[in-house]
Design a protein around this ligand. Structure first.
Ligand code: FES
Ligand code: FE2
Length: 446
């Protein structure tokens, strides 16, 4: 039996290591956390025409995401209703229908069963095909070209689920008139660690940068780093926490600044689009929400400075499969898109200099947790307790200094609420703008 009172304490700031290793907790996560959250499925650019499809996962459940003839996007469980084989084994492509390779049952683009081989002879025409379609993902939301799905009918609408996190998401996905696109190809790799190490770090942890990435930062560039932590321990920055989501980062001294990783061409192109970006999201937001780490609860993350978005697919308590994409401004010239792609691959990919630093830390923690004594000690998540502020730095939501664990605590509070199967009406106090009573929960008076 799980003692839920001994797993996390978001008020004082500790977590039990059990949450990263216990198979029973993991099973509950699949059901209550992944089964009830909005999960990232695909970006518009990955499904360019009717019949375009891709495979992905919602938790451990394989799903097919398909562009319909009317342009909408639907998703269904990639499991044949005959004997349970994957309906489609291709990763992505364009199709008119999906035929299971085991015995040949066929499904249309929406997952309806349309053909059963030898229907008359083998089944004596007794099969009701309407009853035996693939299991549909009942709700798919399109947010600025990003598709999210949930199995739950009770989960709030996506906008309310996102809440104030929309401000930080929009800072990246809504800054250009013509939008973003994913470059072709998904980079996939496996890390032997619990999914929460990755999700939580991207929600909440800039603190590791100066230590974990110090060497890689120096190796990558000999430029003095004007905005980084290495030459200025007092570099200003902020963190946001809300609805389990988190975002944090350093402030740029101006709306568009050349980071050490940027090429001259890339910087000049971004600089040439400054007016457009300022008009769309504002100069203040541009400078405060560009160099950022972010997670939309539970497992969709991105990095503003490195143009990477990814999902941390859980694979048991001790493993994740990372699926990562490079995003680029849709109307950038090919040379700029290519240079962004190279920047992302150099920094955040399975061979990226920073990515390997992160993965090594998570893998080692997971190895340490094989020890039974190591699983008895609570771990510390109390950085910045009591210093939370509503609308800190003029940015919406619950905020704190960039070096705090406010978003980690918010992430674990939300996770626990989900895990224990609390109804949504009790998880957060929803208000019309998607804000909620988190300050109350943090022990801060609004
Ligand atoms: S398992 Fe798919 S047709 Fe038999
Ligand atoms: Fe990192």
């Amino acid at each position: 039996m799980i003692d839920f009172t001994d797993l996390v304490d978001p008020e004082h700031g500790w977590v039990s290591p059990q949450i990263y290793t216990d198979p029973e907790i993991y099973e509950r996560e699949l059901q209550h956390v992944f089964g009830r959250s909005w999960l990232f499925l695909a970006h518009d650019s990955q499904l360019p025409k009717p019949g375009s499809f891709l495979q992905t996962y919602m938790g451990e459940d394989p799903v097919l995401v398909v562009r319909q003839r009317d342009g909408s996007v639907r998703a269904f469980l990639n499991q044949c209703r005959h004997r349970g084989m994957r309906i489609c084994r291709s990763e992505a492509g364009v199709s008119k229908a999906f035929t299971c390779t085991y015995h040949g049952w066929s499904y249309d683009l929406a997952g309806n069963l349309i053909n059963v081989p030898l229907e008359e002879r083998a089944y004596h025409s007794s099969i009701d095909k309407k009853e035996w379609g693939a299991m549909k993902v009942p709700r798919v939301a399109n947010y600025r070209g990003f598709y999210f799905g949930t199995w739950s009918e009770e989960t709030p609408e996506f906008d309310a689920y996102l809440g104030d996190m929309a401000f930080y998401f929009d800072a990246i996905v809504d800054r250009f008139d013509s939008g973003l696109e994913f470059v072709k190809g998904t980079t996939k790799w496996v890390i032997d660690c619990n999914w929460k190490f990755a999700s939580e770090q991207f929600a909440s942890d800039m603190y590791h940068t100066q230590s974990a990435h110090a060497s890689a930062l120096l190796a990558l560039t000999d430029d003095p780093n004007p905005i980084g932590p290495l030459n200025d321990p007092n570099v200003p920055g902020r963190q946001f926490s809300g609805n389990g989501h988190g975002s944090g980062g350093y402030f740029l001294p101006a709306p568009v600044v050349k980071t050490p990783e940027m090429t001259d061409t890339m910087f000049e192109w971004f600089k040439s689009r400054e007016e457009e970006m300022v008009a769309r999201i504002g100069a203040d937001r541009l400078s405060k929400v560009s160099i950022t780490h972010n997670t939309i609860f539970p497992n969709f993350s991105w990095l503003g400075a490195h143009s990477t978005m990814r999902v941390w697919h859980p694979r048991g308590p001790g493993q994740i499969e990372v699926w990562a994409w490079t995003y680029v401004p849709k109307d950038a010239p090919p040379k700029v898109k290519n240079e962004i792609r190279e920047l992302t691959q150099r920094t955040f990919s399975p061979a990226g200099s920073f990515e390997t630093d992160d993965g090594e830390n998570w893998t080692e923690i997971q190895q340490v947790l094989r020890g039974s004594q190591a699983r008895r000690n609570r771990l510390h998540t109390a950085m910045g307790v009591g210093y939370e502020e509503r609308d800190a730095f003029g940015l919406p939501g619950l905020g704190n200094d960039v070096y705090s664990e406010t978003a980690a605590r918010g992430f674990y509070r939300h996770w626990l609420d989900m895990l224990t199967g609390k109804p949504w009406s009790e998880i957060q106090k929803w208000t019309p703008n998607g804000n909620h009573g988190e300050l109350r929960d943090e022990g801060v008076t609004a």
